[in-house]
Design a protein around this ligand. Structure first.
Ligand code: DUC
Ligand code: ZN
Ligand code: ZN
Ligand code: ZN
Length: 490
């Protein structure tokens, strides 16, 4: 047969263009993009009729937590590489980048990488890459950045908060200088950890323990201060940074100002900062725990609006899920771990920080009908691929070059709008913070390297566990080889 698969007459969307095309697939790659209906009669093992439907490069979700040990607080992580990646393909995402967390007592970072690769091996439904999460930047660990690069890991994440993860500014500078040398991209969780500890003490002294005080404990100033400091540190070392999961309009403003002055500062936001507000933390009883993530959902519509605007104006380079799933009801003997007799609504400091979202990311954002479809593809697929060195294998539809990873939607208006329900999702989590949100779009098919792995109307998840492969990454498209950093120029 000439081709393995042809997709006919879709509205093919890339970051640059929308148009009616046929797509032919051979040996897991995009083989041809041809005028609509011109491939209607070619031989193919499978033909997918996509008339009027958006056809996009598969989603790339660059921020997913799977199979990580619980590092602080209480609660039980919910997804492993198998259940998390299954959820990804059901929501149109074909590549995820997950974290390999360094154990703080380990002076090396290579054990973390081995461990994550071992957990993912044979388990994944989608392709995956890894970021190294560094909590102890020893001389040994810094010296291993070159090995990371050889092993296809070109990014790391560090934290400015959480007592067990937080780096001091001098440690951040060490990391950034090494990242500059080895063309590694540094992702920074920017919240001021000391302010958080202090605010938590202030609240607890007043016996204010309920889930809603999670947001009170982390006002925007924690995020905007740390964001400014991260920018200053990267400016000193003259190397790019990426601020992850930005929730605060104040922080977004700081990032925008840095970008306007020409600094290589990139930023990520997430659906929780487009759709959730702190009202979600005010639900009765312990329900508010379902919206506990960090940074927290902000005050109201105006905040959501300014995060949308930041996507439109380019402040945010990427839109990731920060899928960080924990079991809501982790009761043992009828008691949830974050609830005690003296705090019947639970103690916010023990509620693990994070919500699930790898499956709902694309449908929620596309259904909001707020971004142009090109912008949607740019921030959910093309830019994450470029930023993290996966492009143009991922995030593009370039014949002969790109993997045949596709998300094929229903023709617009052909689905009756329906509410998101956790029962219909494919993760291993007992809730979604988006329960009841109305969506009007959902992926009809997801193709990974030419194979249909999700067929919503015919079997659902039809891909095989273990079909997903580890993808080695090169340096970021926005990283440049630079001369040695020179302290004397200051
Ligand atoms: N940071 C993340 O990236 N995910 C969840 C919690 C957090 O603090
Ligand atoms: Zn974080
Ligand atoms: Zn995260
Ligand atoms: Zn809601």
């Amino acid at each position: 047969s000439a081709f393995d698969c042809v997709v006919l007459d879709g509205m093919v969307v890339t970051a640059a263009d929308v148009g009616r095309y046929d797509i032919a697939i051979k040996d897991g790659k995009i083989a041809l993009l041809a005028p609509a209906r011109s491939l209607a009669k070619v031989q193919a093992i499978r033909v997918i009729e996509a008339q009027g439907a958006y056809v996009m490069p598969g989603g790339v979700d660059a921020h997913v937590h799977l199979s990580e040990p619980q590092l602080f607080g209480k609660g039980r992580p919910a997804d492993d590489f198998s259940t998390g990646s299954r959820s990804a393909i059901a929501g149109g995402t074909t590549t995820i980048i997950a974290f390999a967390p360094q154990d703080r007592s380990d002076p090396s970072i290579l054990n973390a990488l081995d461990e994550a690769q071992r957990k993912a091996q044979g388990a994944a439904y989608c392709d995956y890459a890894l970021h190294l999460l560094i909590s102890n930047p020893t001389q040994q660990a810094l010296g291993e950045f070159a090995v990371l690069r050889e092993r296809g890991v070109s990014s790391i994440k560090i934290y400015m908060t959480y007592e067990v993860l937080q780096l001091r500014d001098n440690q951040i500078l060490d990391v950034l200088l090494q990242a500059r040398k080895d063309l590694v991209t540094t992702m920074i969780h920017a919240e001021n950890g000391d302010m958080l500890t202090w605010m938590t003490e202030q609240l607890e002294r007043r016996r204010l323990f309920a889930p809603r005080y999670h947001a009170t404990s982390r006002p925007q100033i924690l995020e905007s201060e740390a964001t400014n400091r991260a920018i200053a540190l990267s400016q000193l070392v003259e190397t790019p940074i990426l601020i992850v999961h930005v929730s605060s309009p104040l922080a977004a403003n700081n990032i925008r100002t840095a970008q306007t002055s020409g600094l290589p500062v990139y930023a990520e936001t997430c659906p929780q900062y487009l759709f959730l507000t702190r009202k979600g933390l005010d639900q009765p009883g312990f329900e508010g725990a379902k919206c506990v993530c960090s940074p927290p959902p902000r005050d109201g519509e105006a905040d959501l609006e300014s995060i949308w605007a930041g996507i439109e104006n380019g402040t945010f380079t990427i839109l990731s899920s920060d899928h960080c799933p924990f079991v809501y009801d982790d009761s043992v003997d009828g008691k949830k771990s974050a609830i005690s007799a003296d705090a019947p609504l639970g103690r916010f400091r023990y509620i693990p920080n994070g919500c699930p979202g790898v499956e709902t990311r694309l449908p929620l954002v596309l259904s909001a009908n707020r971004l142009s479809v090109e912008k949607f593809v740019e921030v959910t697929s093309t830019n994450p691929a470029k930023l993290y060195g996966l492009y143009p294998q991922k995030g593009a539809l370039i014949p002969g070059v790109s993997d045949a990873d596709l998300t094929i939607w229903y023709p617009p208006s052909s689905l009756e709008p329906f509410p998101v329900t956790n029962a219909a999702l494919h993760h291993n989590v007992d809730y979604t913070p988006y329960e009841g949100h109305i969506v009007s779009q959902w992926p009809r098919y997801t193709l990974l390297r030419g194979e249909v792995v999700w067929d919503r109307d015919n079997g659902g998840v039809v891909g095989q566990k273990g079909y997903g492969q580890f993808v080695k990454r090169g340096p970021s498209a926005w990283c440049r080889e630079q001369p040695e950093w020179d302290v004397e120029k200051f």
